[in-house]
Design a protein around this ligand. Structure first.
Ligand code: HEM
Length: 193
């Protein structure tokens, strides 16, 4: 989706997280036989329990326009949870550490990149479960028609960081931690294959 060549930092993030993405994708149940609305709802509740506290920790590093948990909550309401149910959902305590811009960028890479995969999932869930923007699947297309431009502006920020700081290890490690801890959390919530 990027029109400019990948910055060295983006390249390092892609290399560093390719296996994590593959591993998580293979265990997520979206395409499993028997995946139904109840399983989708359980999965989304677990997403909420990870994204909510993590987004809170990211708030010094990203603008409110990139917040996604209000959309997750809206989906859960559409799937018949009450506001009280949502407020009582368990939240992950073992989050990736965010100490500075470099680590924040690694976490953001994972969360922002997932909006790209979300485009595939949005279409699949419409087909498989008959759900869409107003019936529980808004999170899968959280930026709507702005998905491409939000991704490109994130890549610009990565490009600037890449030029300013030649060491990418902190950012890549934060991205790997985000994938690993998300997978561990989903596992703990019993929503993975
Ligand atoms: C079954 C679930 C998933 C599928 C089918 C999927 C699929 C995809 C696809 C097709 C892309 C490339 C999109 C493009 O280049 O336009 C992508 C990118 C990405 N996805 Fe996923 N994804 C899934 C789950 C996730 C999850 C849960 C996360 C993170 C929490 C994630 C993080 C990313 C990242 C960071 C990228 C960006 C890679 C880059 O361009 O540098 N994905 N995904």
């Amino acid at each position: 989706m990027s029109t400019t060549p990948p910055s060295p930092l983006l390249f390092a993030l892609r290399e560093g997280t390719r296996d994590c993405h593959k591993a998580l994708e293979a265990r997520l149940p979206f395409f499993s036989p028997g995946f139904d609305s109840a399983a989708y709802r359980r999965l989304l509740q677990a997403y909420y329990g990870f994204h909510t506290p993590l987004e809170h920790h990211l708030s010094d590093y990203q603008g409110p326009e990139r917040r996604k948990t209000a959309t997750l909550a809206r989906d859960l309401l559409a799937l018949n949870l009450s506001a009280a149910d949502i407020g009582a959902l368990p939240q992950c305590q073992a989050l990736p550490a965010i100490h500075d811009e470099a680590s924040a960028l690694g976490v953001m890479y994972v969360l922002e990149g997932s909006t790209l995969g979300g485009q595939v999932l949005k279409r699949a869930m419409a087909e498989r479960l008959g759900i869409g923007h107003d019936s529980g699947a808004a999170f899968l297309d959280v930026y709507g028609e702005l998905t491409g431009s939000y991704w490109r502006s994130f890549l610009e920020r990565l490009g600037q960081a890449s030029a300013a700081a030649p060491s990418h290890a902190i950012t890549v490690q934060a991205a790997i931690d985000t994938f690993t801890r998300f997978e561990a959390w989903l596992d703990q919530r019993n929503v993975l294959n």
